[in-house]
Design a protein around this ligand. Structure first.
Ligand SMILES: [Zn+2]
Length: 401
């Protein structure tokens, strides 16, 4: 099972139609939520959230929708409100689940990214390959990028992100992992300076265009530092320039996300196709984010997303992914003799106090990750391997003392 997401190519009429659909979905969601809130403290009405939501939905279908002030709701597909209720129910069951630790649903706001879902009530429908898509109950729309093959799906979600409209749907198909005749094992050290250092000496730098886009973003944020998007409480409405600025800001943020996502997708696919066994460190992301100097750099990189993508691509490409224990001292250990010494973050080169080895900090860590085994010591030092790496002509000479 995987999802296909495509940008829609819409004219103004279609755009405002979709905005209306999203508004209808948001209205139903908020309506259901507020009714649920008001029945919360009435002891006579018992039952779980989902039972009460079912009752609210019945009232909405049979009474509310038929009232004069709500006649506009009949302009839109009934699948929209069915799915809005379904989303609300799901949000509540997630919120009540103690394992997930999700928050209870809140009211949706117009200014946030909006979306709505429709489905076909007659089961799965065929989605034909090409640059057009037929969405059940809504019609046929043009796409910016074509769908590569015929597939079937039942539920379609349409969303607006930074002024652009997208359609996404799940396809129940799976990749067939290629048969690989070689066995390549690799340790990967993720870092701030170099995005990923592989134990065979390869490195991946995060794209420089992110830094450029970030600088541009910072500039326009500084120039518009006094703009306020209205304040309902004090009765100030948003100026046209403020609205324009916030739209622009959303686009800039989206661009940065897009660059990062593209880089991460391409890197993880390349890794998944090349190696059969990948070892990465279990990052203490929350602990690292608490350090506010590190947190900005880390959130820019998307290290967590990198791991997420690797573990999901593991299924598609059939390689083995090992998450190395968080407390394993990968950067403090010498990859040649196993000596452990302190390594402050500023030190970029590993000088071993025991055997005199000199090696790039990240490379040393990645070799340790590759050699990691799950036994008590956590490490099987393999000098043979370190010498081989050095023989490939990498920086940092191994001088055995
Ligand atoms: Zn050493």
């Amino acid at each position: 099972m995987y999802a296909i997401k495509r940008e829609l190519k819409l004219n103004n009429q279609e755009k405002s139609f979709f905005a209306g659909c999203a508004g209808f979905s948001r209205f139903v969601y908020n309506h259901g939520l507020s009714l649920l809130h008001t029945t919360w403290d009435i002891p006579e009405i018992s039952g779980s959230d989902s039972k009460r939501l079912d009752a609210i939905k019945k009232v909405f279908t049979n009474i509310t929708k038929k009232q004069r002030e709500y006649l506009w709701t009949n302009k839109y597909s009934s699948r929209i409100y069915q799915n809005a209720f379904r989303d609300l129910k799901k949000a509540f069951s997630r919120g009540r689940d103690t394992k997930i630790k999700a928050e209870l649903p809140r009211f949706k706001k117009k200014k946030h990214n909006c979306s709505f879902t429709v489905d076909s009530s007659h089961g799965k429908v065929l989605v034909q390959e090409g640059k057009k898509i037929k969405i059940p109950t809504l019609g046929t729309f043009r796409l910016k990028e074509s769908i590569p093959y015929n597939c079937v799906s039942q539920t379609f979600t349409i969303s607006r992100e930074a002024g652009k409209w997208y359609v996404s749907f799940a396809v129940s198909a799976s990749y067939i992992p290629e048969m690989k005749h070689s066995y390549k094992k690799v340790g990967i050290d993720l870092g701030i300076k170099t995005f990923a250092t592989l134990s065979d000496g390869k490195t991946f730098e995060s794209p420089s265009s992110i830094k450029k886009a970030k600088t541009k973003l910072g500039k326009i944020q500084w120039r518009n530092r006094n703009k306020v998007l209205g304040n309902r409480r004090s009765g100030i409405s948003a100026s046209k320039n403020a609205v324009k600025y916030y739209q622009k800001l959303r686009k800039k943020h989206k661009r940065i996300t897009n660059i990062r996502e593209d880089f991460l997708q391409k890197t993880t696919t390349l890794l998944a196709k090349t190696y059969q066994h990948i070892l990465v460190e279990d990052l203490n992301i929350k602990g690292m984010m608490a350090n506010h100097k590190l947190s900005d750099a880390l959130s820019n990189l998307g290290l967590y997303r990198f791991r997420e993508l690797l573990s999901y691509k593991q299924e598609c490409f059939g390689f083995l992914l090992t998450i190395v224990d968080r407390w394993f001292p990968s950067s403090k250990t010498c990859s040649v003799c196993g000596n452990i010494q302190d390594m402050p973050l500023c030190e970029r080169v590993y000088h071993c106090q025991n055997c005199g080895q000199v090696m790039d900090r990240d490379l040393n860590a990645s070799i340790n990750l590759e050699n990691w085994t799950s036994n008590a010591d956590g490490l099987s030092v393999n000098p043979e391997r370190s010498r081989r790496v050095n023989a490939c002509g990498l920086e940092g000479a191994v001088s055995l003392g």
